[in-house]
Write a protein of this length. Structure first.
Length: 645
């Protein structure tokens, strides 16, 4: 026997002016400023989510009565009508719920609130479907679809598609129902909607109808896991019950019985009579399949009685067909015939040929209207395009030619400037390399080695040779790259300072300080950018001093790297007056400034390198302070932009 599935039911949408909607609703805002009674309306919604229906109803009715005296509070009144209708539906008072939703629809029309109109049509459709009026339910849902497509509300459109899927399933249009539920799930996944588990549950049961039981079980378990993670299991009795139905279809009766029992317990705790009914005749069918007919009869009679009390015609129909099969096994022919007649009567009243034809006509009318609107829009668009084309044809041609000319000219200029920039950068890199490999420095460094060994201190000599070899190797390696990690540049400077200290022992002291929050291994800078500044300080700053001190500070302010090289020497103005092998002027600083501007396009030429008399920024103290400022690259950018050519 193929029993009707619990397709998560149609989704009721709680319309709210402020705060969050119910577990299966959404929030629609019609006003930018918080509406009156917002805090109280939010509290009523919270009571609904927590299952405190009595408190929600008392607060909702109080707000509704206070809005009756003020015509300007129609939006709040509509909100409370929707909430109260939801409460009536929870209590199986479908006629009262229908009346409240109809009143809300009338008010929404009176103020031309398109969002509220679509929402109320959706809620009316839900109630009519529960009453067994499938034709009226379909008409209401199609009206909701028209309004939601008009205002472009994807979230509510997803719920309408879910409800339409249920109605197609009622008509045994499984393939069409599957297409609708797939569209609903796709929208809900994009927006992260809280009722996604219910739509996944619907897909799982449609897969079961198609005979794809293994896939159905996987989808239903995903639905249950999402329900527990998103909604803390607020509707988990639905998924649990339907997993039991899959196991029953698979013939795994013990597993089915466990899930039916769990679903019934949760439904009792949540006061959900619909799930209680279906768990009862589900457990009854399992007991009947196991041959325990007396226990099965008790459960099936209970499910039929409960379905009659709440007025669920669909559940009464399914309970009757289960009793037909059971009485046939018991040999009670007359009882089986009576139940079959009731089943047949309910089937005809719910979905007969006339109702099915009327529903197909409604769908056809909706599709026709939609296509007419689309064709009308296309015709209007085509006519407008033709008029614009006729008026603007020559202007467009002229502008196109101008645009092409400007594009070609701009491309040519960009290529020319790019080539010049590359040539200039290559020249600067070559100048930097020549500056780095100063022959005087190499000669003096190499000439120091025999003297160190002759002094009888091999440890100092070995240290000197080690730092010199590392320095030369790093210079050769970095000369082929556009950028290197800042940590590597700092290491190169330290090797250089140790070499110079070995050449001139006790002539100067030095320190390199990197602020703790600077991550030099993650920042990329041009190679040999700091060393020329340090070399200038040693070459010119300490002339005539008995002992000098050099300090290198690396700091980061926002996205700008600050490198400060300070000495306590004679000052840069005095140093410029003394003759040197570079014709009295240091070319290193100018080269560093040009390389920074090429590296950082946002750098200012005058601010990239600043030279001041005075140590550590104090003009009253002797010495010179040179500050480099530029924006480094992150190491990932450095790796992508690395140029080893």
């Amino acid at each position: 026997m193929q029993r009707t599935l619990l397709l998560a039911g149609p989704l009721l949408l709680v319309f709210a002016c402020g705060g969050n909607g119910g577990d299966r609703g959404v929030t629609l805002r019609g006003e930018e400023d918080p509406p009156r009674f917002k805090a109280e309306m939010d509290s009523a919604q919270e009571y609904m989510r927590a299952g405190k229906v009595d408190k929600a109803e008392a607060l909702g009715r109080s707000i509704y009565e206070r809005t009756l005296a003020e015509p300007t509070l129609l939006s709040q009144r509509i909100t409370m009508l929707s909430l109260l209708g939801h409460i009536m539906q929870r209590r199986m008072m479908t006629d009262s719920a229908h009346a409240l939703f109809q009143e809300g629809l009338h008010l929404a029309r009176s103020i031309a609130d398109t969002a509220a109109i679509g929402t109320m049509w959706l809620n009316v459709g839900v109630v009519l479907e529960e009453k067994g009026d499938y034709e009226g339910a379909l008409e209401a849902q199609l009206n909701a679809l028209r309004w939601k497509e008009l205002v472009g509300e994807d979230r509510v459109l997803a719920r309408v598609l879910h409800n339409l899927s249920v109605l197609h399933w009622r008509q045994d249009s499984i393939e069409q129902a599957m297409r609708l539920i797939e569209r609903s799930i796709a929208i809900k996944r994009i927006h992260g909607m809280r009722d996604l588990p219910l739509s996944l549950n619907g897909m799982g049961l449609l897969l079961m109808e198609l005979g794809r039981l293994d896939t159905a079980l996987v989808v239903l378990k995903e639905s249950l896991a999402l329900e527990d993670s998103i909604n803390l299991g607020a509707e988990r009795q639905i998924q649990v019950l339907n997993i039991g139905l899959v196991f029953e279809r698979m013939g795994q009766l013990d597993s089915a019985a466990l899930y039916y029992t769990e679903g019934h317990q949760i439904a009792e705790a949540n006061n959900d009579p619909y799930v209680m009914i279906r768990s009862l005749f589900g457990s009854g069918d399992v007991l009947r399949a196991k041959g325990r007919y007396a226990e099965a009869l008790s459960l099936l009679d209970s499910s039929l009685a409960l379905a009659g009390r709440v007025g669920s015609l669909e559940d009464m129909k399914e309970a009757h067909i289960s009793l037909v099969v059971l009485h046939e096994h018991l040999g009670h022919a007359q009882a089986a015939l009576d139940h079959f007649r009731m089943y047949h009567h309910l089937s005809d009243s719910l979905m007969n040929a006339e109702t099915g034809a009327a529903m197909e006509e409604l769908r056809l009318r909706y599709d026709t209207e939609k296509k007419d609107r689309e064709n009308q829009d296309l015709r209007a668009t085509a006519e407008l395009a033709a008029l614009r084309a006729a008026r603007d044809r020559w202007i467009a041609v002229g502008m196109g030619l101008v645009a092409i000319s400007l594009t070609v000219f701009g491309w040519a200029m960009a290529q020319r400037n790019k080539q010049r920039a590359r040539q200039r950068e290559a020249e600067l890199e070559q100048q930097a390399l020549r500056l780095q490999m100063d022959p005087h420095f190499l000669f003096n460094a190499l000439n120091t080695i025999p003297g160190l060994y002759a002094s009888g201190d091999p440890a100092v000599a070995n240290d000197h040779v080690g730092h010199l070899s590392k320095f030369l190797r790093m210079v050769l390696e970095t000369s082929r790259r556009r950028t290197i990690p800042l940590a590597q540049e700092i290491e190169l400077v330290e090797h250089y300072l140790r070499i110079c200290a070995n050449r001139r022992p006790d002539k100067f002291t030095w320190e390199v300080q990197v602020m703790p929050y600077v991550r030099p291994e993650r920042l990329a800078v041009p190679p040999m950018l700091i060393q020329p500044v340090v070399e200038n300080a040693l070459e010119h700053g300490f002339h005539g001093l008995a002992k000098g001190h050099l300090r290198v500070l690396v700091d980061l302010a926002g996205s700008v790297l600050h490198v400060e090289v300070a000495d306590n020497g004679i000052g840069h103005k005095a140093a410029e007056q003394r003759p040197s092998r570079r014709n009295g002027r240091s070319m290193g600083i100018d080269l560093v400034r040009q390389r920074i501007v090429l590296f950082d396009e946002l750098a200012n030429f005058s601010d990239a390198v600043q030279v001041h008399d005075g140590s550590s920024g104090d003009p009253s103290r002797p010495g010179t302070t040179v500050t480099l400022r530029f924006r480094p690259q992150h190491l990932t950018e450095h790796d992508e932009a690395r140029d080893r050519g």
